[in-house]
Design a binder for this molecule. Structure first.
Ligand code: 7RM
Length: 651
């Protein structure tokens, strides 16, 4: 981390907003001033741009660490994202422009999307889903994913979207934790020309998920009726999405939801083996995602907005679905991989659909850099006017490359720091207002109070330390589903009175934030959060494994890669075959995103006298660095032995 810090400290480049962009920008310096004068009034003004069924009585009730925003107010998220746009010109404007990986296309106007959502809402009701019930969504990136989320919101059901890359076991655990009554999936989804058999995995998950009463299956594979290889339908439980929607009316009234009613649960990795169900509510969440979409992405009626995140992650929730649709935007959505059929697919999509705003992750940008400038150069990218980055720190080289080769030197870049827990963007430039520095997420969004603290919790005006949030914000998580004690412990105990984000950061002399990454046992692999403990638990479930320790090691493209140190039971011997077996085992238990890059067999693991595995030392070994302090080890010789054998195995 200190190398990283040095590089960032020496970053001197500055990009001030172009006057042409500033003249027409949604964001203004006045936003910061008004939020600084009266934070609650600022957020109330943002909330006022939404349509409320009943106005709120109080903006905020804050009983740390529990916040209630817009207390007493009633609204419906789907009505805000759809119905209210149907009375004007947006009715006949594209809400969703979609392209499947095989090249199939669909365009849905606001009217079309609203109609499908009303039908899907009625279909859920017909299956007995009521306000407050949980619905799990396990879909590829198809329009039905957005429809399913909005249909839940319309009737007040709580959705839990599960990333389509997760394994059957991960789906089962999430469904069981939320006690979902309905699971919405698809026969399959396309990824690099292959069909991912989602329904088959859903079947495995449902076999051990007693709360599921019904499963709705979207038919994704063109021309697959009757072809049961990807979807065997269980009579009474399973229903085709298209048939179900055909059987219901398209009239539906949105449910009047309390501002603090649950909108969704989204599971995310933490420092234990068990993912946390992050709880988001209705009024505050929508307020923050709508406001940040408008000001951070400078959204205008003529824009085509493409956030490349999967709907299974929070970025897909907030900036593919809720934020853009609340603003009446045209959203572009793509199903598949960036390198299929060729490495220019994204640029071909930008050109074909006239994308104007692109929001993607540094890991993707680094892959594009590696693939070379020919791919973007072959396409007309002149429609692009704004670029965004999210998910991990963006290194200055990648930032500069993105600006030059994708943005043609003319597009502002917004590097946005936020988390599943924060609901919406927290630290970011406002295009047209904020001068940017490559690698810095710049300053907090208006109405957000970020503070740097040291180990003792003392606030530091600048320097290095921990990122904390010192005041509640509308989109904040309200709790961890079913485990409020864990909520308090995880986020609010390390620095009393403050939300601790788990990230290390540096603040420079201009008050700009440079996010350095996680300081806990959460890894960020290709922009995906993975808990070291989750991977360790998966490994020790393998019959050959006695003990496992997983660490992150720097990786050119993925930011971090997983390295696993494994001790075997006496009955088993290390072998290349066993390594492959263990990697496949983890992928099967959690999902391909958690497959370790390296497995290293070792007779011992370095432990403290109290028996804690010293991951820091394992990280030093995996990164090929000199060993740090070993004095607290029970047996310091273990680690030097380990380093020697690691280096010989690697060679
Ligand atoms: C939106 C999202 C959250 C973690 C967070 C950070 C890292 C996200 C940035 C970033 C540096 C950024 N939600 N992170 N954005 N680090 N600069 N602009 O990613 O819950 O999946 O991950 O991601 O470590 O704590 S998340």
């Amino acid at each position: 981390m200190s190398d990283q810090l040095d590089t960032l400290l020496s970053e001197q480049r500055r990009f001030s907003p172009a006057s042409t962009f500033a003249a027409d920008a949604n964001g203004t310096p006045a936003l910061y001033e008004s939020a600084a004068r009266d934070r609650e009034a600022f957020w109330a003004e943002q909330a006022g741009t939404l349509e409320w069924i009943r106005p709120w009585d109080r903006v905020l009730d804050w009983t740390p660490p529990h916040a209630k925003w817009f207390v007493g107010g009633k609204l419906n998220v789907a009505a805000n994202c759809l119905d209210r746009h149907l009375t004007g010109p947006l009715r006949n404007t594209a809400a969703l422009v979609w392209e499947g990986e095989p090249g199939d296309r669909r365009v849905l106007t606001y009217w079309d999307l609203a109609r499908e959502v009303r039908r899907a809402a009625n279909a859920l009701k017909q299956l007995g889903v009521r306000k407050g019930d949980r619905v799990a969504i396990y879909l590829p990136m198809v329009p039905e994913a957005a429809m399913a989320m909005l249909a839940c919101a319309r009737i007040g059901a709580v959705h839990s979207v599960i990333f389509g890359g997760f394994s059957a076991e991960s789906v089962r655990d999430r469904v069981n934790d939320a006690k979902a009554r309905v699971l919405i999936t698809a026969d399959g989804g396309y990824r690099r020309g292959q069909v991912v058999p989602l329904k088959r995995m859903a079947d495995q998950a449902m076999a051990e998920a007693p709360s599921i009463e019904h499963c709705i299956v979207v038919q994704r594979r063109p021309g697959s009726p009757g072809d049961e290889s990807f979807a065997t339908m269980k009579e009474g439980r399973d229903h085709w999405w298209h048939r179900l929607l055909d059987s219901v009316s398209s009239e539906s009234e949105p449910e009047a939801m309390d501002a603090e009613d649950l909108l969704f649960i989204l599971y995310t990795s933490g420092t234990t083996g068990k993912p946390k169900g992050i709880v988001h509510t209705t009024g505050g969440y929508l307020t923050q995602v709508a406001a940040t979409t408008k000001y951070v992405f400078d959204l205008k009626p003529a824009d085509v907005f493409w956030c490349t995140a999967d709907i299974g992650w929070v970025t897909g929730h907030s900036y593919v679905v809720y934020g853009p649709l609340a603003n009446g935007a045209t959203v572009f959505m793509y199903e598949g991989a960036p390198d299929w059929p060729e490495r220019d697919r994204f640029w071909s999509l930008v050109e074909t659909h006239g994308v104007t705003i692109l929001y993607t992750a540094p890991t993707a940008i680094r892959a594009f850099m590696k693939w070379g400038t020919d791919h973007p150069a072959r396409h007309d990218l002149s429609t692009l006017r704004l670029l965004g980055s999210v998910g991990e720190p963006i290194n200055p080289e990648a930032w500069m490359w993105y600006q030059a080769h994708i943005g043609g030197g003319r597009c502002p870049i917004v590097d946005t720091w936020w988390q599943t827990e924060t609901g919406g963007i927290m630290i970011t430039p406002l295009p047209g207002v904020t001068t940017t520095k490559p690698g810095s997420a710049t300053i907090p969004f208006p109405g957000i109070v970020a503070e740097l603290v040291n180990d003792a919790g003392t606030v530091l005006p600048q320097g290095g330390g921990f990122l904390t949030l010192a005041a509640p914000w509308p989109g904040m998580l309200r709790t961890i589903y079913g485990d409020d004690a864990r909520y308090q412990e995880t986020y609010w105990s390390r620095f009393p009175g403050r939300y601790f984000a788990g990230d290390g950061a540096k603040v420079d002399e201009d008050g700009y934030w440079w996010i350095l990454g996680r300081v806990d046992d959460v890894l960020n692999v290709a922009g995906h959060r993975i808990g070291t403990m989750e991977v360790e638990s998966a490994l020790v479930e393998h019959p050959a494994v006695a003990e496992a320790a997983v660490v992150g090691k720097s990786h050119d493209l993925k930011g971090q890669a997983l390295a696993a140190f494994v001790t075997l039971k006496d009955s088993h011997q290390p072998s290349a075959g066993l390594k492959d077996d263990l990697k496949a085992h983890v992928a099967q238990k959690i999902g391909a995103i958690a497959r370790p890059d390296d497995i290293f067999f070792s007779a011992d693991l370095p432990k403290t006298r109290s028996g804690k595995i010293m991951r820091r030392l394992l990280k030093d070994i995996a990164e090929g660095r000199a060993l740090g302090d070993t004095t607290t080890l029970a047996d310091p010789a273990v680690v030097s032995r380990l380093k020697d054998t690691y280096e010989s195995q690697e060679a």
